[in-house]
Design a protein around this ligand. Sequence first.
Ligand code: DAH
Length: 332
Amino acid sequence: MNGLLEIKKRILDDIVSSGSYTETEEKRIKYLSKKGEITLLFGQIKDIEPENRKEFGQFVNDLRTEAFDLINSLKEKYSETSAETIDLTLPGKLPGSGSYHPLNMIRDDLKKIFRKMGFSVATGPEVETEYYIFDALNMPSWHPARKTTDSLFLSEGKLLRTETSSVQIRTMEKGKPPFRIIAPGRVYRNEKENATHTAMFSQCEGLYVNRGVSFSELKGTLKEFFKILYGKDTVIRFRPHYFPFTEPSAEVDVSCFKCKGKGCSLCKRSGWLELGGCGMVHPKLLENVGIDSEEFTGFAFGLGIERLAMLKYGVNDIRDFTENDLRFLDQF
Ligand code: DAH
């Protein structure tokens, strides 16, 4: 009997240790099937002394019932928990979806707004020659604005374009006026990176050349553009400035759309945000591409796309645009 008690303990402990429905079923086969250990114990009755047979038979019978009940209750437990883990009423998991990059959104806004005003989109290469970056833009070799410190030079006299203004020349030399284009694109400068400067950023150039184009048309165009981008109460102002490729030249400021010109942290208490350069196309540029500067005039402007986006979306660090941190990108 001692031996039998040990067998019983071993079998029941083994069944209890089953960790899943399948494992419990494996134990049923191991102990209760035709060739199972408990079933085979019944076959041993004939080897037991007759006076002990009844007790032996009773013991094995009880063991079988106990094992049977235990297995059934374990199976019930496991099928219940597996049913619990599949809750068919839960909403499904949606696959993650991408979003537009804030710079692409601003660039698309720019294109949409200027297209409505009759501008088409022009492009030019990012690897340029000194002719298109300096000479044709009225910066001959002696010109102080031709400072080489922030240009990134490549071999064979090539350089990465420092401004999209080169597209003005490339556009005008390809056809005849009128020209009315914008040219959004990347530019590169040898800059130490910080919260407001990166070596690669984007600009949007604008150019309109025709007979009798005036500064007031430039004003009207930029005013309309900023009203659509930043709201209809937006006011703009021009400050005299110098650019080699325009005369007269100006920097354009936009009334701060956050404080409506009262002064806040965004506009550094000035009420104005600096957004770009502009002016009347210098006659030298027109002559450089064979256009009669007596007959035609034009205006041009250049806007920083990152700056437009930083202000519109409240981004404080320009490096966020290129770091590809999903926590940043997911907000748009
Ligand atoms: N190219 C200038 C810059 O990178 C921006 C600019 C100023 C473009 C005046 C223009 C312009 O077309 O007329 O700072």
